[in-house]
Design a binder for this molecule. Structure first.
Ligand code: HEM
Length: 432
C-alpha cells in the first residue's frame, strides 16, 4: 500500500490510515521516506533484529547530526557550521549492539528506577509551583503555562542546567528533535547546525567540571558511570547521549500531558472517574500512550538486501517502525479505536517503542505524567476544554504528535459554580 505520511490530512488525523494499514498486512511504502511496518508482531521482530534493521540511520553511518530524514545531501553552508562542532559518534538511540548495549547499561544506571522514584518530591514541587501561578484565574493556556515548562524544568534540573539557561536549552531541544524525525528545509538545517554547535559549547566545559568534581545530578552520573570495569563514556559519546536525553525528555512528555487532557475533557465520565479515584491515573496514562501517543514512529536502515513479508528490500533502505500503528492492531488490542483504561494489556502498547531501544526515560515520563494529572485534577475542579480559544490542529510533524494550543477552563479558587462539561463529550470510538 502506498502512503504519503507527510500529507497534511494524515498529520491531522492519522488513525483512519493506520486502520487501513492494519487491514492490508500492516505494511506500506512512503516513496519519500521508506518502508512502513505497523503490525504489532512484525514490530516485535523488527525491533529485536538490530543486525538487519540498524538504528544508525545516516547514510555515512558517521553518527547523528540532526539533519532530518529527507534524502537530499547537507548543503555546504550547513557543513561549514558543523566544523565548529565537537566530533560525535553513533550513541545509544543511533547505535547498534555491541556499542548500544554498553551505552544502555551506563545510561540505565544513571536513570534507574530508584533514582527516578527519588525525583518525585522535586517533580511535585515544580508541578505545584506552576499551578500556583494560574489556579485562581479559572482559565489556563496549558502548553506555555504548564505542559511545556514542567518537563523542561525537570530535565534541565536533573541534567544540572542553570535556571537562566532553561529556555535556550528548550530551543536547542526543539530544533534537534525535529532534525531527528522530520524532513528539514535549508533554513531549518542552518538553525539546527548552529544549535548543535552552541549545545556542544555549553556542555563540554560542564562535562569536564563533573569529571573533576562530581555533583548530585544526572550529568555527573552519566559522566562518571562505570559498569563491569568498562571505561567511562568519552565526550564524543556523552554529547549525543546528553542531547538525546534533552530532546527526547521534554516535548514528548509535553504532548503526553496535553493529548491526555484533551481526551479527558472530551470524556466527562472518565474525567469524573479519575478525579474520584486517582489510583487509575497510571492506567489512563498508559492508554493515552496507546491511543494518541506523542511519538508515532522512529527510523531504521537496512544493512543488507532482505525481505519484508513478500516484498524485497535493499541494503540502505529506510524502514519506519510505526509504533502508533501497532497500537491500533486489533489482534493485540480488541476494538483498538475505543479509549479504554480497563484493557487487560493496557501497558502492552508501543508508545515507548519495543526491544533493545525501548525508551530509557519511560519511568521518568510516567512519573511526570502521573504527578501532573493527579495534581491538575485535584487543584482544578470542573476542568473543561475551551474549544473556541484552543487551536486543536496538530503540530506540523508526522512523527511527533501534539496540539498547537489547548486552553482549559476550571472553577477558579474563590468561585462557587462549576461549569458543566457535558457539551464537550464525544463518543468513545471517535477516531481522533
Ligand atoms: C511520553 C514521553 C516519551 C515518549 C512517548 C518516548 C518515546 C520513545 C520511543 C518510541 C523510543 C524508541 C525509539 C526507537 O526504538 O527507535 C524512545 C527511546 C528513547 N527515549 Fe523516550 N520517550 C519519552 C520520554 C523520554 C524521556 C523523559 C527521556 C529522557 C529522560 C527519554 C529518552 C529516550 C532515549 C535516550 C531513547 C533511546 C533509547 C535507546 O536507544 O536505547 N524519553 N522514546
Amino acid at each position: 500500500m502506498e502512503v504519503d505520511l507527510l500529507d497534511s490530512e494524515h498529520i491531522q488525523c492519522p488513525y483512519a490510515l493506520y486502520e487501513e494499514l492494519q487491514e492490508h498486512s500492516g505494511r506500506g511504502k512512503d516513496p519519500n521516506l521508506g518502508w512502513i511496518v505497523s503490525k504489532y508482531q512484525d514490530l516485535v521482530a523488527l525491533a529485536k533484529n538490530t543486525e538487519l534493521f540498524s538504528s544508525s540511520i545516516t547514510e555515512d553511518g558517521q553518527g547523528p547530526r540532526h539533519m532530518g530524514v529527507g534524502t537530499d545531501s547537507v548543503p555546504e553552508d550547513v557543513e561549514a557550521i558543523f566544523t565548529e562542532a565537537h566530533t560525535m559518534v553513533n550513541a545509544l538511540f543511533t547505535a547498534d549492539p555491541p556499542i548500544h548495549t554498553r551505552h544502555r547499561k551506563l545510561v540505565s544506571k544513571a536513570l534507574s528506577t530508584t533514582k527516578i522514584r527519588a525525583l518525585e518530591p522535586r517533580i511535585r514541587k515544580v508541578t505545584e509551583a506552576l499551578i500556583e501561578s494560574f489556579f485562581e484565574r479559572g482559565v489556563v493556556d496549558i502548553l506555555p503555562e504548564f505542559a511545556v515548562p514542567l518537563p523542561v524544568m525537570v530535565i534541565a534540573d536533573i541534567l544540572g542546567v542553570d535556571k537562566s539557561d532553561l529556555w535556550t536549552f528548550k530551543r536547542w531541544g526543539d530544533l534537534m528533535i525535529s532534525g531527528n524525525i522530520d524532513v528539514l528545509t535549508h533554513n531549518q538545517r542552518l538553525e539546527v547546525a548552529r544549535a548543535v554547535v552552541d549545545f556542544h559549547a555549553y556542555f563540554l566545559p560542564r562535562i569536564q567540571q563533573r569529571r573533576q568534581q562530581p555533583t548530585d545530578d544526572l550529568l555527573s552520573d552519566l559522566v562518571n558511570a562505570e559498569i563491569d570495569g568498562e571505561p567511562a563514556l568519552r565526550d564524543e559519546e556523552l554529547l549525543p547521549i546528553i542531547d538525546q536525553i534533552l530532546l527526547a525528555g521534554h516535548e514528548t512528555t509535553t504532548n503526553l500531558i496535553t493529548n491526555g487532557l484533551v481526551i479527558l475533557c472530551r470524556r466527562p465520565e472518565l474525567l469524573a472517574r479519575l478525579t474520584d479515584d486517582t489510583a487509575v491515573v497510571p492506567a489512563f496514562v498508559e492508554e493515552v500512550l496507546r491511543w494518541d501517543p506523542p511519538i508515532h514512529c522512529t527510523y531504521r536502515r537496512t544493512t543488507r538486501n532482505s525481505n519484508l513479508g513478500d516484498v524485497a528490500i535493499s541494503e540502505g533502505d529506510m524502514v519506519i517502525p510505526l509504533w502508533a500503528g501497532a497500537n491500533r492492531d486489533p489482534a493485540v488490542f480488541p476494538q483498538p479505536e475505543r479509549f479504554d483504561i480497563d484493557r487487560e494489556n493496557v501497558r502492552a502498547h508501543m508508545g515507548f517503542g519495543y526491544g533493545p531501544h525501548f525508551c530509557v526515560g519511560a519511568e521518568l515520563a510516567r512519573l511526570e505524567a502521573r504527578v501532573a494529572f493527579e495534581t491538575l485534577l485535584a487543584r482544578l475542579p470542573g476542568l473543561a476544554l475551551s474549544e473556541s480559544e484552543s487551536d486543536l490542529t496538530r503540530l506540523p510533524s508526522f512523527a511527533s504528535h501534539g496540539f498547537q494550543r489547548v486552553v482549559l477552563t476550571f472553577k477558579p479558587a474563590d468561585s462557587e459554580t462549576v461549569d458543566p462539561l457535558k457539551e464537550n463529550g464525544v463518543p468513545n470510538d471517535a477516531v481522533c
